[in-house]
Design a protein around this ligand. Structure first.
Ligand SMILES: Cc1ncc(COP(=O)(O)O)c(C=O)c1O
Length: 369
């Protein structure tokens, strides 16, 4: 097996991805850093912690690049020249960027709830995509997209190309295993919206176990959601049955899916691996963003705040153990959701360009230094 000698992208694992031949688009997506975070390990009271840092994903700074890379190559194989999506923001950025890079003749049609953050909206329109803001929740947008897929025959990445889209998420698991030196962590904490990522983490780790590339047990999978939209966490807590849809009410718009397509699979993945679900309040997720930035030097969007605060809550509840080796999946960049943190950080002082003013400021503001 020559995986380690291949170019650093998600396509180094092509044997486990659903394509014949070589991918034609997005050859640089994947292989994001796995950053060890000893300060987080101390904070959580566990042996080791790593951050899988998809905030620096190519080309659009979230893990959604992986799923779009998979879907756009499926679209190419099917001869589709127009792609689209229903999105809570990051998928919109990724579809727009990939369609522009590929120079698709029909371009990209992107449907989002009307109340998304400026970074997500501008970070989609800038690529020349046709962005449509829909009055309603993501679940309303998704229903509209199902009709669009039927009517126009476009490749809607998370509707009629969803089975390819989902496979892209497995590459997060493959990379974690390789970057740890062909072994598995004992626990993984990941954010959940539609529930695809958590479901596919289990599949990805399972496939590497089956192939004999790693040994031991599947990691315990923990999924995190905002308390204002936590239908998958609530299903894990109930134990069985269908998803009970919720109307989202959270600043974490990227995870605000009230009726998640893969919710039951995600809940099963968590329970069957010995993991659990965790829901965090909006103030706690903002604190999670700050903790991750200060402890690790990684600036995450709101989903990463949910994941970090969720991991802290799991540690405090005794679900993460002292001998655990934990990976946090940090899936999108903080510059996309500045609105969430702008009131939580101190305003920077302004001074005249004189040393005397700086010395006075220091005495006034940081007297103990
Ligand atoms: C940054 C970020 N992380 C995680 C997720 C959750 O992904 P999934 O829908 O696969 O659960 C999303 C979904 O939009 C997201 O934007």
């Amino acid at each position: 097996m020559t995986i380690g000698l291949r170019p650093p992208s998600m396509w180094r694992y092509h044997e486990w991805l659903p394509f014949d031949g070589d991918p034609v688009w997005s050859l640089d997506t994947g292989c994001t850093p796995l950053v060890e975070a000893p300060a987080l390990a101390r904070r959580f009271g566990v042996a080791r912690v790593w951050v899988k840092n998809d905030t620096v994903s190519h080309p659009s700074l979230s893990f959604k690049d992986r799923v779009v890379a998979a879907a756009i190559n499926a679209a190419a194989a099917f001869g589709l020249d127009t792609i689209g999506c229903a999105s809570t923001g990051n998928l919109a950025n990724a579809v727009a960027a990939h369609a522009a890079r590929a120079g698709l003749k029909g371009g990209a049609w992107i449907f989002v709830p009307e109340d998304l953050e400026a970074g997500k909206v501008i970070g989609t329109s800038v690529y020349g995509a046709r962005l449509v803001r829909v009055r309603g929740t993501y679940d309303d947008v998704n229903r509209l997209c199902a009709q669009v897929a039927d009517r126009f025959g476009w490749g809607i990445v998370n509707v009629n190309l969803r089975s390819y889209y989902g496979e892209g998420s497995k590459t997060v698991a493959y990379e974690i295993a390789e970057q740890l030196g062909w072994r598995l962590p004992t626990a993984v904490v990941a954010p959940m919206a539609g529930g695809s990522l958590v479901t596919k983490l289990r599949k990805g780790f399972g496939e590497f176990l089956e192939a004999g590339l790693v040994h031991g047990d599947l990691p315990r999978l923990y999924g995190a959601q905002a308390a204002g939209c936590a239908p998958i966490v609530h299903l894990v807590e109930r134990g069985a049955g269908p998803i009970e849809p919720e109307v989202p009410n959270t600043i974490c718009r990227s995870l605000a899916i009230g009726n998640p397509a893969d919710g039951t699979f995600a809940a099963r993945a968590m329970r069957e691996t010995g993991g659990w679900g965790v829901a965090v309040s909006d103030p706690d997720l903002v604190e999670g963003i700050r903790i991750l930035a200060e402890d690790v030097g990684v600036f995450s969007e709101t989903a990463g705040g949910v994941t970090t605060a969720g991991a802290l809550a799991l540690a405090r509840a005794g679900r993460l153990r002292p001998d655990d080796e934990v990976v946090l999946c940090i899936t999108g960049h903080g510059l996309k959701t500045l609105e969430a943190v702008q009131h939580a950080v101190p305003e920077a002082p302004v001074i005249a360009p004189r040393l005397r003013e700086l010395l006075e400021l220091e005495k006034r503001t940081w007297p103990s230094r």
